[in-house]
Design a protein around this ligand. Structure first.
Ligand code: EPU
Length: 423
């Protein structure tokens, strides 16, 4: 199994360029199936999850030309496509569910074997299915009880849909399905993440009529057909946030290029509360952790524009060394404190109680063998490893490969002492 060996590093300095967004590109790639014409997607990050989505599109019958050296993927599916997503791909990546709407529209049927819960929570999809039902799909309830989504629809029609929770995935699936449904769909309590806006922009370029993406009410007027398009994916806000924490925790000075500060308002506000200096310049965002002492703050994760759950573990890494105690409340996923056991192995002394973690702070951490329990938790243990005494050995790094392009190269270029050991 591959590992990262991280040694205590001094302050990180230099420039880092943020890659295209994983969570924007996955729905966009799924949406290429909504047209038979060729779609060109640019700024695609070279990630394991992107590989899985490309394999899924291929398995469904699309032709995928992947040139991740140049961060470019072209997809075309002029012929018939299959209605069943292979389980060996779906189990590798939950986001495979994003093809649901396109399969229904193209084939009248969609069959997807659901993987069980994952490390961070149960991750049900009843909201996706509620939306599709409102648009006219029928779901085989007996199959669903066995963990198989078998949806059918001769035609989809517009509807008013209220989401009980602003689920990112449900919002994306419903927008895609409603784009080619007959009539108008109004989606209320929709997710407002920048990735939703990017998907809507992409679909609108294809000819869809979507208004209100980025607010809690999205209106989609169904169109007859979507067409060929070329699209640049937005920068990855969670990768950018991770490098901001990197500058802060190592008391470094990093210029972050290709980052959209307005996508990270909550993270920037919290970093400033901790004493981190953040300045937007013409060249990018300069983050300095070396100007003020690092102090604690409390954090509560929420759907966008609240503090992102995906930044919870990297931010908690910072709080372990900040002066003073902090409380972190995780409200989005029910089991996203797996990294706490790993942090504690390094001396963080964190206690959890349900949705709350209490971080004493001000700890001098010690390197230890730790596990990347999920993608973001993996990045978080690497960040702690940069400031812990001695050596930190991070295993199960395939999680990190899912979502951080060239993580080791980018860290090394900033002066981090990190190596990848491939077994
Ligand atoms: N939920 C339900 N029912 C549903 C759908 C969601 O209860 O039908 C719950 C989930 O169980 C979870 C919460 O709602 O507790 C949020 O789920 P959501 O559907 O919003 O998340 P997602 O679409 O599955 C995306 C990102 C995640 C990110 C979340 C929240 C992608 C591919 N994944 O997941 O990214 O954490 O939104 O922002 O876009 C990551 O990149 O590390 C990652 C996990």
């Amino acid at each position: 199994m591959a590992k990262f060996i991280v040694e205590k590093s001094g302050p990180l300095h230099g420039t880092v360029e943020i890659s295209g967004s994983k969570n924007a590109v996955l729905p966009i790639l799924a949406a290429t199936l909504l047209t038979e014409e060729r779609c060109i997607i640019k700024d695609v990050p070279g990630l394991r999850d992107v590989d899985v989505m490309c394999d899924l599109l291929t398995a469904l019958g699309a032709t995928v030309e992947k040139d991740l050296y140049n961060n470019r993927v072209e997809v075309e599916s002029p012929g018939e496509i299959h209605y069943e997503a292979p389980f060996d791909l779906v189990k590798k990546m939950r986001a495979s569910i994003l093809v649901l709407g396109a399969l229904l529209l193209r084939t009248g049927r969609a069959v997807i074997h659901l993987p069980g819960g994952c490390a961070i929570g149960e991750r049900p999809i009843e909201l996706h299915l509620k939306g599709l039902k409102a648009l006219g799909a029928t779901i085989d309830e007996e199959q669903l009880a066995k963990g198989i989504v078998d949806a059918k629809a001769d035609e989809l029609h517009g509807a008013t849909i209220y989401l009980d929770f602003p689920s990112v995935g449900a919002t994306e699936v419903i927008i895609m399905a409603a784009s080619l449904a007959k009539g108008t769909t109004v989606l209320e309590n929709a997710a407002q993440e920048p990735e939703i806006v990017d998907l809507a922009n992409y679909l609108n370029k294809m000819g869809a009529k979507i208004k209100g993406a980025g607010t809690d009410t999205i209106k989609i007027e169904g169109v007859e057909k979507l067409k060929s398009v070329s699209h640049h994916v937005i920068p990855d806000r969670i990768e950018a946030g991770t490098f901001m924490v990197c500058a802060a925790i190592t008391k470094g000075d990093i210029l972050i290029k290709n980052m959209v500060p307005s996508h990270l308002k909550a993270v920037i506000a919290k970093l400033r509360e901790c004493g981190v200096d953040i300045e937007t310049t013409e060249d990018g965002v300069r983050v300095r952790g070396n100007l003020n002492p690092l102090v604690s703050t409390d954090v509560k994760t929420l759907p966008y524009p609240g503090f992102p759950t995906d930044m919870q573990s990297p931010f908690m890494a910072l709080l372990t060394v900040a002066k003073g105690p902090s409380v972190v409340i995780e409200t989005v996923f029910e089991n996203r404190f797996m990294h706490v056991a790993e942090f504690n192995r390094m001396g963080a002394g964190i206690r959890t109680e349900g949705k709350c973690a209490i971080i004493p702070g001000d700890k001098q951490l010690k390197g230890a063998p730790v596990i990347a329990t999920d993608l973001r938790a993996g990045a978080a243990v690497v960040l702690i490893g940069l400031v812990a005494e001695g050596q930190t050995e991070v295993s199960q790094i395939y999680h990190i490969d899912r979502g951080y392009e060239k993580f080791v190269d980018k860290l090394k270029a900033l002066g981090a002492n990190i190596t990848r050991v491939d077994d």
